[in-house]
Design a protein around this ligand. Structure first.
Ligand code: C2O
Ligand code: CU
Ligand code: CU
Length: 432
């Protein structure tokens, strides 16, 4: 924290090597370290500044995924940081406690930059979340679980393709927080897992090997009004889920990824729809500290601060195709949409194609109104900034943009399958 009370973070993007296997140096990129980045953490109301330095030999950017902030600080393709230079965005955290993350966003190169290792978590707290009796000791009973898939080709981990899937790169195995064969030692009866799909193309359906239920307590943008018990939660690219699971003394239990529940035959075969992985083993101590029960009420505001369909003054349609949104690939100098500050809009996301996409909107968390006309499943009823739009489906979302207006600097909306985004499945909007 500096003199005027701003919380200052330093991130230096650099190339290095990582020993995923003993004695084998794999080239990787990281923030500060040689792979991935530190977990950043700030509280609602705090001013933050991040000194981003680019020590790579090419331009990149750092985007704060899920963060409500001015467009000039967003870290999208218009805020690139040239090789050897620095950029210091500043903003005031003004949103509920949540599990957010950060990653590069240079147009056309995001997939490569993320896959080489540029990603980290950004956790937000607020007064309510600090009071709530949820597991919250970072690294002890509150664990970041950043899931990515990789393939090793000798020493290189980022060049192997299992096959060319529609979705992009699919690795042969998963890692958590950059660790292969990961396990976590648990000393508490209940543990909170902050699941983040930080892969570039793979969709996961998380659940435990013995199908035990867990409590879903939060989604992309914060806590749910009340916990929801379930045994599977699906995360497409960029989505997060906070779950609380109960373990028994001395046991070993495995968080797995199961085949998708939806998906056509092609996707099941070639886009990873039928794959399953052991993602993370939990090793419970012989004696566990008792944890309080998951509170029946979580977020203080049952409406989650999200708009309803009835508030909308404007409807827009987005036709999702790999070749572009509404038939047009992304163009850096074209503003696709202009939204009015403080107003609610309903966006209809339509995937009439033959492969799954998802949809991410910068700056605003949204409410999922319906999926194919039906009430969304419980994991989609929280604050969201990214949502899967499966093959042949239509998803409607309600959103409101209340950041500072800026007619010149756009925010992005895009498919978060990173190869699709790089190909141009992205558009730009300004808030005026
Ligand atoms: Cu996670 Cu526009 O990105
Ligand atoms: Cu984002
Ligand atoms: Cu896509």
């Amino acid at each position: 924290v500096d003199r005027d009370g701003t919380r200052v973070f330093d991130l230096r993007m650099r190339a290095g090597t990582t020993e995923f296997r003993k004695g084998v140096a794999t080239p990787t990129w990281g923030f500060d370290g040689s792979h991935l980045g530190p977990t950043l953490r700030a509280k609602r109301g705090e001013r933050v500044a991040v000194r981003v330095r680019n020590a790579l030999d090419e331009a990149s950017s750092v985007h704060w995924h899920g963060m409500h902030l001015p467009a000039a600080m967003d870290g999208g393709p218009h805020q690139t940081v040239a090789a050897g230079s620095a950029w210091t965005p500043r903003w005031t955290v003004d949103q509920p406690a949540a599990t957010l993350w950060y990653h590069p966003h240079p147009h056309g190169a995001t997939e490569r930059h993320v896959r080489r290792g540029l990603a980290g978590m950004f956790l937000l707290d607020d007064e309510d979340s600090e009071r709530l009796k949820l597991p919250k000791t970072y690294g002890v009973d509150d664990l970041p679980v950043m899931v990515q898939d990789v393939t090793f080709d000798g020493a290189e981990f980022d060049h192997g393709h299992r096959f060319l899937a529609n979705s992009g790169f699919l690795g042969e195995r998963t890692m958590v927080n950059g660790t292969l064969d990961p396990y976590a030692e648990v000393r508490d009866e209940r543990v909170r897992l902050r699941l983040l799909n930080a892969s570039t193309a793979r969709i996961y359906t998380f659940g435990f090997a013995d199908d035990r239920p867990f409590a879903l307590v939060g989604t992309d943008g914060g806590l749910l009004p009340e916990p929801a018990s379930m045994d599977r939660v699906q995360l497409s690219l960029g989505e997060r889920a906070e779950i609380v699971v109960t373990v028994r003394p001395g046991e070993r239990t495995v968080l797995r990824s199961y085949p998708w529940r939806q998906g056509n035959g092609w996707e099941r075969r070639f886009d990873g729809g039928d794959d399953s992985f052991d993602v993370l083993q939990l090793r419970a101590a012989e004696r566990l500290r008792p944890s309080p029960a998951v509170p029946a009420r979580l977020a203080a505001d049952p409406g989650l601060g999200l708009p309803e369909a009835g508030d909308a003054v404007r409807a827009r349609h987005f036709e999702l195709r790999r070749s572009g949104i509404n038939g047009r690939p992304m163009a850096m100098d074209r503003i696709d949409r202009t939204v009015t500050r403080g107003t609610t809009e309903v966006w209809t996301l339509r995937n009439a194609g033959d492969m799954t996409h998802n949809f991410h909107v910068h700056d605003a968390e949204f409410r999922v109104l319906d999926v194919d006309g039906k009430r969304p499943e419980r994991a989609l009823r929280g604050r969201k900034d990214t949502v899967a739009v499966p093959t042949g489906s239509t998803v409607r979302i309600a959103l409101r943009f209340d950041g500072p207006p800026d007619p010149d600097i756009p925010y992005m909306y895009h498919c978060h399958l990173l190869s699709h985004e790089d190909l141009g499945m992205m558009g730009q909007f300004v808030v005026v």
